[in-house]
Design a protein around this ligand. Structure first.
Ligand code: GLN
Length: 195
């Protein structure tokens, strides 16, 4: 069984752990470098990216995660996790940093305050089959996607809400809260291929 971690500093850790367990992964909650060393892939949950950033530095996880990304460890980020995997943020607060790895610029809270949460059906051709019921909660947007970045889901107006680059996968929305496990499967396939 593939051994995967969920970064458990802050955010919807439990929902991701459940999704991964349901599809047959062996899940570890990752808070320390030695826990990261014990897994072959990592999910970065939704939550609050500025908090995940701060805690990752306090827990000594920032550099190990950056090293794992550089070494090609498969990762999947949702919402705040997408922000953490982005190379740059257009509206970060207080010197907020990301792990980076995805050649994209994201805007946090891109959907404004009145509509900070909404749901929409999205076509995601790489998943095949039915559209994805996508839940956006104070979601970010991929404002710019550079070389090597595959846009795997867009809103009807063309705005990019899911991307893939190498072994990194990221969605602005939260499949883990709706029982939509196809993204987690895509991630696990990568983990198995890389392991
Ligand atoms: N707006 C949050 C952030 O900046 C992300 C929200 C989420 O993960 N649901 O981190």
């Amino acid at each position: 069984r593939p051994k995967v971690g969920v970064l458990a500093l802050q955010g919807d850790v439990r929902e991701h752990a459940r999704a991964l367990t349901d599809i047959g992964a062996d899940v570890t909650l990752v808070r320390r470098p030695d826990e990261l060393d014990s897994v072959n892939g990592l999910v970065i949950p939704g939550g609050e990216s500025s908090v995940i950033d701060k805690l990752s530095r306090i827990f000594g996880m920032r550099e190990p995660i950056r090293a794992a990304i550089a070494a090609g460890m498969p990762m999947y980020g949702t919402c705040a996790g997408l922000i953490m995997l982005a190379d740059s943020i257009s509206d970060g607060i207080d010197g907020q940093q990301t792990f980076g790895g995805l050649n994209v610029q994201v805007r946090r809270n891109a959907f404004g305050s009145q509509v900070d949460s909404f749901e929409v059906d999205l076509d995601v051709p790489v998943l095949g089959g039915d559209p994805v019921r996508a839940v956006f909660i104070r979601a970010p947007l991929v404002e710019e996607a550079g070389a090597g970045v595959e846009r795997i889901a867009q809103l009807q107006d063309g705005r990019v809400v899911a991307v893939r680059q190498g072994n990194l996968l990221a969605t602005a929305f939260h499949p883990e809260v709706t029982g939509e496990y196809r993204f987690h499967r895509l991630f696990l396939d990568r983990v198995e291929a890389a392991a």
